[in-house]
Write a new protein. Structure first.
Length: 273
């Protein structure tokens, strides 16, 4: 069997085999292709990186199939995986006809991430719904060019217009800010990546986006982002008590820069007062 058959093709990372096997076990011949994206293809997995897998299917899933995916991923993903701690998995499934040709807002068929674990353990089965997150996700899949199974992503997915990419990432900023205290490292790094993408149109790994932003920050706002980057790379342990007074100021500065970058004639800011 080839790498494309087993989920161990170019760019595959440890842990992807189980995810790809589960997807094909549950969805079978409806799977058109599965694709690695995120940190694994944008610069390499870091100590805190998720395994990000994007799956394109031919037709909508059933509630039973979505529940089977949830149950399987609860076994495979994260620190609470029954067989022992594992890398967290983020799995996204889309129906090809709902994202190609592209329309906004796009519809997500299924998503799993560790931030949803508590609800899924209580028995929640996700339903298909519009998802603004698909704009950056599809952009990263096309950029990464890392098929685990199936044809290259460019043969399956339509490119996302820049204006919709910006709309999608900016729409998530208010939710990010609501998690500033509970998920500080990830929020600081994600805000940096949003600013870089709005300003340049490119999508980069979180540490690369942090480097781009650090070069543009006033000195007083650099320590929180520098700490977040170091933790992400495994160079420091998670600790924020000494920098908490500076975290909000950094976030406010970056959000203001994002707002300035989304006021051009082709972009409509979303989610801001």
């Amino acid at each position: 069997m080839t790498g494309a058959d087993t989920g161990t093709g170019p760019g595959a990372s440890p842990g992807t085999e189980g995810v790809v096997h589960l997807v094909h076990q549950v969805l079978g011949a409806d799977v058109i292709g599965s694709y690695l994206h995120g940190s694994a293809v944008l610069g390499g997995l870091r100590p805190h990186s998720d395994i990000d897998v994007f799956v394109v299917v031919r037709r909508p899933t059933t509630a039973r199939q979505r529940r089977a995916l949830v149950d399987g991923l609860l076994e495979l993903s994260g620190e609470r995986a029954p067989r022992g701690p594992a890398r967290p998995v983020e799995l996204t499934v889309v129906v090809q006809s709902l994202v190609n040709p592209w329309s906004y807002p796009p519809s997500c068929e299924f998503q799993y991430g560790e931030w949803l674990r508590d609800a899924y353990e209580r028995g929640l089965t996700p339903s298909p719904a519009p998802s603004l997150d698909l704009a950056p996700l599809i952009t990263m899949v096309l950029l990464g060019q890392a098929p685990l199974t199936g044809p290259p992503p460019g043969n399956v997915l339509a490119p996302v217009p820049h204006a919709d990419l910006v709309r999608g990432i900016v729409a998530g900023v208010p939710e990010l800010l609501g998690e500033l205290e509970s998920d500080t490292r990830n929020v600081l790094l994600t805000l940096a990546r949003v600013w870089m993408t709005v300003a340049t149109g490119s999508v980069a790994a979180k540490d690369a986006a942090a480097d781009w932003v650090l070069a543009r920050l006033p000195a007083e706002h650099r320590p929180p982002l520098a700490r977040a980057r170091a933790i992400y790379l495994g160079e420091e342990k998670e600790r924020w008590d000494d920098l908490l007074p500076y975290v909000g100021a950094y976030a406010g500065h970056v959000v203001a820069a994002i707002e300035r970058g989304t006021t051009g004639p082709d972009v409509t800011p979303r989610g801001y007062c």
